[in-house]
Write a protein that binds this ligand. Sequence first.
Ligand code: SAM
Length: 217
Amino acid sequence: MIQVNESKSERERMVEKQITARGVKDKRVIEAMLHVPRHVFVESVYRHQAYNDYPLPVGHGQTISQPYMVAVMTELLELKGDEVVLEIGTGSGYQTAILAFLCSKVYTIERIAELTKQARSRLENLGFRNVSFMVGDGSIGWSEYAPYNGIMITAGAPDVPNSLIEQLAENGRLVIPIGSEYYQVLNVVKKHKGRIYRKELFECTFVPLLGREGWKE
Ligand code: SAM
């Protein structure tokens, strides 16, 4: 198991300056951001930048998201602890670890097998036992374990994939960047009494969601 106290003061500074100062209030999200060691999820050459206010490369042309973006997207799911969450775009596994800290079970999908392998090993070393990984096209979700109380898509999509709306539980929340392949607007989608409500929040930039209900490869 990895020693999570290493770099604690850097995490405290990150949370104070980048997360709470910008309005993230959910105490559980703040606790998760203080707990999970972000430096474990970046390549050694970027370790000294792990707590800085920007995304970093994780190989294969992909990125680990900016800490603030991770915190905001997580807060939008309004997790209380007993939810089952689907994540699309495992990447480094950092966001996966934050989710796993905050809910009962995480299902996470990544299309690049090597990223899944690294993420799985990092989460196991950190002691997380409530995560299932899949290599595949997350734009069509993971119907076997649906419905999900929360769905988080950490790649930019042209629209909300229908499969993901179908796999969202009643009163569930889905967070997704929607727009072009180069820049998007963060959207939160809610399902209430079978109806879908969607709200646009703010501009953001994510790598594209590639797949059957995303951008064509
Ligand atoms: N949340 C990640 C983290 O904390 O490191 C960052 C995710 S990165 C911004 C987006 C990820 O989505 C990339 O790893 C990319 O390979 C993946 N991706 C893109 N399209 C996908 C799809 N259809 N299914 C699964 N993963 C996909």
